[in-house]
Design a protein around this ligand. Structure first.
Ligand SMILES: [Ca+2]
Ligand SMILES: [Ca+2]
Ligand SMILES: [Ca+2]
Length: 281
């Protein structure tokens, strides 16, 4: 009995200790340790996500700035578009010659003696960077100097063409018609030659041209070129009106009419004028 009585508390203590240690282990360990593991992994995941987001944001920023850096030279034309240092007698006009919605600058200037052939240049500085230039080799340019005029869409293709004065005679001015194709200035051809439109009058001769928007939709449909000569010593002129349309870099002949004109008629002046938007003698 003594043994039993003395062992009982010991056994009870042992059971109590075991229960306490078991309940301490099994009670505390599963729930807090699993919770803290979950919390830790969640924190780790969210940290990883955050750093991933940061990384992707950084790479997006890098991509964007790279795109901007490479886009400008790729979409723009070569060169700076700046005038040469030796450029003199500078004139300028505007027009959206590449059809991107921004007005580009059209220049003429001379380099060296302006009275020498080949001294005059035509240049376009694109609004989005870069430029293109072309030497004017018209023999008459040295007499009057070159001058650009504001561009307008002569054929409704979404890009502005433009006239530039490229020469002069005793009583006439001469104009070339230009367009920009693939970063290059092209002189539109007339009758297979670099276009020259003449406007002016002398005692016995008239010449002029006119842009005609027949359906008044803002896009010109025809260019009419007038050439006329006086009939004897009368006030009457015999005038040829040649109709052209502008297509694929050419002024293409359609038809010509012989018309009469009296020098006293109010609209006679058009036979000796540059009748296209913005173009003056
Ligand atoms: Ca433009
Ligand atoms: Ca056009
Ligand atoms: Ca039209």
């Amino acid at each position: 009995m003594d043994t039993n009585q003395s062992m009982r508390p010991t056994l009870l203590m042992a059971v109590a200790l075991l229960a306490a240690s078991c309940s301490g282990d099994s009670g505390a360990a599963p729930s807090p340790s699993s919770t803290s593991t979950t919390t830790t992994s969640t924190t780790t995941t969210s940290t990883t996500t955050t750093s991933t987001t940061t990384t992707s944001t950084t790479s997006t920023t890098t991509t964007t700035s790279t795109t901007i850096t490479t886009t400008v030279p790729e979409s723009a034309c070569g060169g700076s578009g700046a005038l040469p240092e030796l450029a003199e007698n500078h004139s300028l006009a505007g027009g959206d010659v590449n059809g991107d919605g921004d007005i580009d600058t059209i220049h003429t200037y001379s380099i060296g003696d302006p009275s020498l052939a080949g001294a005059w240049w035509l240049q376009v500085s694109f609004a989005n960077g870069g430029g293109a230039s072309q030497q004017l080799l018209d023999p008459g340019t040295s007499l009057a100097g070159a001058r650009p005029f504001d561009g307008f869409d002569i054929n409704g293709n979404g890009k502005d063409e433009f006239f530039a004065r490229v020469g002069a005679g005793a009583s006439t001015s001469e104009f070339g018609l230009f367009e920009v194709v693939d970063c290059t200035i092209h002189r539109i051809a007339l009758d297979g030659q670099p276009s020259v439109f003449t406007a002016g009058a002398s005692v016995n001769f008239v010449s002029g041209f006119e842009c005609v928007d027949i359906d008044a939709n803002g896009a010109n449909d025809f260019l009419i070129v007038y050439t006329g000569s006086r009939l004897g010593e009368t006030d009457e002129f015999e005038i040829t009106a040649a109709q052209y349309f502008v297509l694929d870099g050419m002024v293409t002949f359609m038809l010509a009419d012989g018309i009469g004109g009296n020098i006293n008629d109010p609209d006679f002046a058009k036979f000796a004028s540059a009748g296209c938007p913005g173009v003056t003698l």
